[in-house]
Design a protein. Structure first.
Length: 507
């Protein structure tokens, strides 16, 4: 096993600013050979910027980097890879129209007789994925596989760099189920024992304590400290990350209990009967009462997102009916849903949420403008009023509403998407993984917001891969398995019962 006292990366006094934003201010970071090192902090804390500097995507304004004993000026991502620094970013940036093998070996294709040696390439890709215990046809297009397989392909591509000394994993488990996560951890342990250093960025605290050796905490672009994982209690870690009291979690539980008394169980804002789509969702019944948060719990691929798409009208059901506000829905479409007061925050904020080249203001008013139509254009003053209001309500970290949304952290982008739909004043809000890949502080803010909307009499469908989050936020929980509804529980149910239902166990 590698000597953990040997630093492979030393970053000292790193500064980086963007227009109106001081992203990093005097940050130090040290990574040892053969260790798994967690880099944590709230969204906007500076994690992504620090990693982009280490991988040559961004250049620091000030500071130094020592890699493998030598001071380096990392000029580009290719330069970083040549040194042996290989990243896998949170947003999967691969080519869905190419095969799995092409994605893994793109830019490093084996050649023969002046052309690509397809047999060797496919064999090499299969060998790499076998090391991850992923058994798929590498000659199929990447887009034909699930997000989980795409994530594993991205990791396989990073591992294929023969000289890799530092592997950076940015939220690698966000799309993986329990089995796939454990398989990834097995690979991480193997690489660690071979002396490879791993930077592990995740918002799953259980995973941090399961697999990492040390933790570095950033907050507001500054270093809070670096600690051995086994000597930093979980609550203390959270306090260091958010820099404020943890009492809000207890307050949230009380708020949920109090708000449950306001649910109007005799009425329904949405009533789905026998709603289904062949090959996607088995026919199910679902009722949303005014003032109620209904959580959808289930493993990856259980049908949660498919139900959200049906309820919002992205997909048209081939069985059953949906009634909103007592009226049967006949035009299943997003525009029709918006007109009926239904909103959807999608799971994939990059592909289906943000418009990266537009400003925060323009992103926020998109849905409202679409609902008004072309001839009822919002004035510039109205746009700023709406944007500034929700920037304040949701505490979106930005110097102004005119900041391009692509410059924001993932959590703040998520808040902008939420603001877009809140601006339409929906009566029914469907949130598909609204806290995926964001920090514990922002998660708490979004959960509190959901409960406050329920207190106003609105209904919410809350989808999350984190069972604890579903339990904390929901008044009622619908359990899904294999694209069908298996049971319902009240919000105060024991989490073990939900897990048993998700697994199909009656024991």
């Amino acid at each position: 096993m590698a000597d953990l006292s040997d630093d492979i990366v030393t970053m000292e006094d790193i500064h980086k600013s963007f227009p109106g934003v001081q992203a990093l201010e005097g940050v130090d970071f040290r990574l040892r050979r053969g260790e798994i090192h967690a880099l944590v902090g709230e969204n906007g804390a500076g994690k992504s910027t620090l990693i982009k500097i280490l991988t040559g995507v961004e250049r620091p304004d000030r500071g130094s980097i020592i890699f493998d004993g030598k001071e380096v000026n990392i000029k580009s991502p290719q330069h970083a890879q040549d040194l042996g620094i290989s990243p896998v970013y949170q947003e999967i940036n691969l080519c869905p129209n190419l095969t799995v093998a092409e994605n893994i070996l793109i830019g490093r294709e084996p050649m023969k007789f002046g052309g690509i040696d397809w047999k060797t390439m496919n064999s090499r890709a299969s060998y790499i994925l076998d090391g991850l215990d992923v058994d798929i046809d590498v000659t199929q297009t990447l887009g034909s596989y699930s997000v989980a397989i795409q994530q594993m392909t991205a990791i396989a591509r990073a591992l294929d760099i023969s000289s890799v000394k530092v592997l950076i994993l940015d939220e690698p488990t966000s799309s993986l189920d329990v089995h796939e996560t454990q398989e990834l951890f097995r690979v991480m342990h193997k690489l660690k024992n071979e002396g490879i250093a791993i930077i592990f960025i995740t918002h799953f605290l259980d995973q941090i304590y399961e697999i990492t050796d040390r933790i570095t905490v950033l907050r507001n672009g500054r270093l809070v400290g670096t600690y051995p994982t086994d000597s930093l209690p979980r609550l203390e870690l959270i306090a260091k990350m958010i820099g404020r009291s943890l009492a809000e979690y207890d307050d949230m539980k009380r708020t949920k209990i109090e708000s449950s008394q306001n649910i109007k169980k005799g009425d329904s804002l949405l009533d789905a009967k026998g709603l289904g789509l062949s090959g996607s969702v088995e026919p199910l019944d679902l009722v949303l009462h005014p003032g109620e948060v209904v959580g959808l719990a289930g493993l990856l691929g259980s049908g949660r997102t498919e139900i959200a798409r049906l309820l919002f009208g992205i997909d048209k059901p081939d069985s059953g009916e949906v009634n909103v506000g007592g009226q049967q829905v006949t035009d299943h479409s997003p525009i029709g849903s918006i007109a009926r007061g239904v909103a959807l925050c999608p799971e994939d904020r990059k592909a289906e949420g943000i418009v990266g080249e537009l400003t925060i203001r323009e992103n926020i008013i998109l849905a409202m403008q679409a609902s008004r139509g072309f001839f009822k254009y919002l004035t510039l003053q109205q746009q700023y009023e709406i944007a500034d209001r929700y920037i304040k309500i949701l505490q979106i970290a930005t110097p102004s509403a005119d900041q391009p949304i692509k410059n924001l952290s993932g959590g703040n982008q998520q808040k902008v998407i939420l603001a877009r739909w809140l601006a339409t004043n929906p009566q029914i809000l469907i949130l598909d993984e609204p806290t995926r890949g964001i920090d514990v502080g922002t998660k708490a803010e979004i959960q509190k917001l959901v409960l406050s909307l329920a207190e106003e009499g609105k209904s919410c469908v809350f989808i999350s891969s984190e069972l604890e989050e579903v339990l904390r936020t929901s008044h009622r929980i619908v359990v899904l398995k294999d694209h069908k509804k298996v049971t319902e529980f009240p919000g105060e149910v024991d989490g073990h019962k939900i897990m048993q239902a998700m697994a199909g166990s009656e024991q």
